[in-house]
Design a protein around this ligand. Structure first.
Ligand code: HAS
Ligand code: CU
Length: 547
């Protein structure tokens, strides 16, 4: 029996990642309020001009802070924490881990300067020919490179663990964390290539022109799997922590591994479902990506099944009865659990909407409308964000060794996020079906339709409830850190499984076959189009500053 090593340095590093993540989220969600109010006819931008120069400047900040900065820092901190805890060992190199954090933060600062200064008002997808200041592209590239070093450290940590434990299965939380970062490392190559070979030289004036289509192909090569880079850490919590928080066990450890291996193979080769309307990509390839999108739906269905079975196991252990009535017996008084179960409920609707998006022909109805905005506020804005908030309700007290400042406020926060998002996203979906475009300062548009106008106040109401929820969240976390009662160290609530890792066949703990399959899928799905684009693209589009 070996003694558990002291993981205090890992705790400290995780806390540092969380600080950056939560500051970014605070900035990001605050701006969301102004956007929602603008849609409802209350235009605050004239008052904001000293800081936020326009609706689109604010929208760029909102997108980048929420989906690029908050997520990347949170995930890097959380999954390094989870891996070292699950393997019960320190990271392979602590100095490297800290250097990575500083590199990532340096990249963030570099990108933030033009972004805040209104020199990178290009939204979070930074499509050329809109041209941002070079520091924005270089900074984001540095952040991506830093995530690769996180992968390196995790892989080397795993190998060190493996050499000491040659026979047993990798503990599930560590296995899933590795899958997430390895998948992301493959997936982020598209973005890196776009930056290094196209946008950076172009923004520095080293090459004269660029190309919108090629840039978009490379962007969405990363831009689709990035949604699983955000989602899988939430799934890690749903699989390996939530069952215990619900008072039960995970339904099946091997099934959970199957689901993550499917994500490893299938996350990347389907980015064309963001480009169904783009000219210059063969219809056949688009169709293949549409089919593969339906296939990657499957591991989420496995997750749905597993999570419900595990929750039911917990609720029945607590005396829950009936076909559905057990749901009420979950420990709803625990804000960490409540936040995550509420996020799952909304995610079920986000997933259904995703299928509509993915349907080649139906996409034409919803593409570039507010519907898509509704979709991603249920997925990244709730499944991921509300789950991450729920995680911090145990993680911040654990790291800080203080009790959560107020459980009651945390509960109000989780429910108000749920209600606010239900109102906001439902309205956005409906507005999308009425043809209202996304990414538009709709209140001043000359084509504002009367039927949109009757629904738009609900966007303002939903957004305001969400803002109040966010304020409750940040106040509670802040007070936990500075003013709450001290507590003894608590353990990470890892769940046991009804069917444990010993039932997983060895193939589910191997890497090479799955990595090889993932690469083959990418080559099939993207190879021909990328080869054609490399050989035919003229790179002659000049940059534009449209803001
Ligand atoms: Fe998506 C656009 C298709 C999932 C994020 N997506 C976006 C954009 C974002 C985004 C940000 O095919 C906009 C990008 C932009 O700016 O242009 N998406 C899908 C599909 C899925 C999907 C098929 N998306 C996500 C996730 C995201 C995310 C996850 C972030 C984290 N999406 C699309 C398509 C587009 C798109 C097209 C392009 C649209 C266009 O035209 O531009 C699927 O992976 C979803 C699978 C999910 C499920 C749900 C499983 C439910 C679970 C919860 C269990 C619930 C419990 C509670 C236990 C199958 C696991 C009990 C439940 C009760 C109901 C009682
Ligand atoms: Cu996608």
């Amino acid at each position: 029996m070996t003694t558990t090593p002291d993981l205090t340095p890992e705790n400290r590093m995780t806390a540092a990642y969380l600080v950056v993540a939560l500051v970014a989220l605070f900035g990001g969600v605050s701006i969301g309020l102004f956007q929602a109010l603008e849609h409802a006819g209350i235009n605050l931008y004239p008052w904001l001009t000293p800081v936020i120069k326009s609706y689109y400047h604010g929208l760029s900040l909102h997108g980048v802070l929420n989906v690029l900065v908050f997520t990347t820092f949170f995930i890097s901190g959380f999954l390094q924490f989870i891996t070292s805890r699950a393997l019960a060992m320190p990271l392979w190199s602590r100095p490297l881990a800290w250097t990575t954090l500083w590199l990532m933060t340096g990249g963030l600062i570099l990108a933030a300067i033009p972004l805040v200064g209104n020199a990178a008002t290009v939204l979070f997808t930074f499509y050329p020919p809109m041209k941002a200041h070079w520091a924005f592209y270089v900074g984001l590239t540095v952040v991506v490179v830093a995530t690769w070093i996180v992968t390196l450290n995790l892989v080397l940590t795993y190998r060190a663990w493996r050499s000491r434990n040659p026979e047993i299965r990798t503990p599930l939380p560590a296995f899933m964390s590795l899958v997430t970062f390895v998948m992301w490392t493959f997936a982020s190559l598209g973005l890196a290539v776009e930056m290094i070979f196209m946008l950076i030289p172009w923004s520095l004036g080293l090459v004269a022109g660029t190309d919108a289509l090629f840039a978009r192909v490379l962007f969405w090569y990363t831009g689709h799997p990035i949604v699983y880079f955000w989602l899988l850490p939430a799934y890690i919590s749903w699989y390996t922590l939530v069952p215990r928080q619900a008072g039960g066990r995970l339904f099946s450890d091997p099934l959970a591994r199957v689901s993550f291996i499917l994500f490893l193979i299938l996350s990347t080769p389907l980015g064309f479902h963001h480009q169904f309307t783009d000219p210059g990509i063969g219809e056949g390839w688009k169709l293949l990506h549409a089919f593969l999108t339906f296939v990657v739906f499957f591991p989420s269905l496995l997750t749905f099944f597993s999570v419900v079975a595990s929750l039911e196991n917990g609720a029945r252990a607590r005396g829950g009865k009936g076909l559905v009535a057990w749901f009420g017996k979950l420990p709803w008084g625990d804000p960490s659990l409540a936040a995550q179960v509420l996020s799952m409920i909304l995610f079920a609707f986000g997933g259904i909407g995703g299928l509509i998006n993915a349907s080649f022909t139906m996409n034409l109805v919803v593409h570039n409308t507010a519907w898509v905005v509704g979709h991603f506020h249920l997925t990244i804005g709730t499944a991921v964000t509300l789950t991450f908030m729920g995680i911090t309700y145990w993680l911040v007290p654990l790291l800080r060794r203080r009790k959560l400042w107020s459980r009651r406020i945390a509960l109000v926060q989780a429910w108000s996020w749920f209600v606010g998002m239900a109102i906001l996203s439902n309205t956005q979906h409906r507005l999308g079906l009425m043809g209202m475009p996304r990414r538009t300062m709709i209140g001043v548009s000359p084509y504002l339709q009367p039927e949109w106008q009757s629904a738009l106040p609900l966007v303002g109401i939903g957004g305001t409830i969400l803002f109040v929820s966010a304020v409750l969240y940040f106040a509670n976390i802040f007070l936990t850190v500075v003013a709450s009662r001290e507590q003894e160290s608590v353990e990470v609530p890892f769940a046991q499984a009804l069917s444990g890792p010993e039932h997983a066949p060895p193939i589910l703990d191997r890497w090479r076959p799955w990595l090889a399959l993932a690469m083959v899928m990418i080559v099939i799905a993207y190879g021909p189009t990328i080869v054609r684009l490399i050989t035919t693209t003229p790179f002659n589009a000049p940059g534009l500053r449209v803001w």
